[in-house]
Design a protein around this ligand. Sequence first.
Ligand code: NAP
Length: 290
Amino acid sequence: MDTVLLKGKAVAGEIRQDVARRAAALPFDPALAIVLVGDDPASAYYSASIERAATKVGVATRLVELEASEGTERVASSIRDLSRDASVHGIIVQQPLPDGILQQVVEEVAAEKDVDCATTYSLGLLMTGRETFAPCTALAVLEMLHGHDIALPGKHVVIVGRSTVVGKPLANLLLRKSERGNATVTVCHTGTSDLALHTRQADILVAAMGRPGGIRGDMVSEGVVVIDVGVNQIDDPESEKGYRLVGDVAFDEMTGLASAVTPVPGGVGTLTTALLLRGVVVAAESAAAR
Ligand code: NAP
């Protein structure tokens, strides 16, 4: 079987074009505040890459850097200020928060600015189908399928991973009674007794486990569409950096077996920032209409 490589680049390019066009049509610059607490290198890297991508599509960014030692109340009050600031349209609080800063601070993000759908309130809206924003990674999976004309209605989608940022919101989105949903969904996790029994039944398999090689060739059926959400850093002495990024799926084992597979890097991750910025423009459009 020929295995199609589902790259994110072209799909992300279309989203970015749409964002740039809509940003330019606004009477003011749409703006995203990025709240970075502590010194997590991955969060700092992700913040910088959001800033670069935002500049290219006409979205302004404001990086708010706070020390972990400033404490929960100081972080919460900064986020509250951003929520009240009319010149800010979207807010993302980088995760994971450092030890000592309570997760509760995220709840200070105003609903109309919660572009990564991080608060309990926003997740509740998502659950009931009344949301404005969805978690960008979960949304990226849908956009990847849609962008490659892979239909969902009637399909059996097996998701491996039940996190609040990926697995659970994605399951909710896939269950929608709509053309972009209407799938039958199975969600697996570490308590699943026979993972392969479930993954072999998938028409579409989404791996969001955070385990390199978590999905092997003998765990899938011929013709499956494999969406690899995982981003894992593994040692690689031959690479310049000493490491490389891999997904959760044993990619080489999918060739000739899966009908389509996303690469890592270059797959789902390519879309997430573009979708975050689309959320900022949506929020800014709403602000302009108020
Ligand atoms: P997470 O919070 O650690 O959740 C991982 C989930 O996978 C958990 O539900 C866990 O089950 C399940 N799991 C782990 N090992 C398993 C196994 N052997 N069998 C069955 N289930 C297993 O991770 P996350 O934040 O959802 O992220 C998942 C992956 O996506 C990571 O590699 C992360 O780097 C990547 N990610 C990528 C993007 C992107 O933009 N591309 C964004 C976010 C995350 P339990 O609940 O039972 O522990």
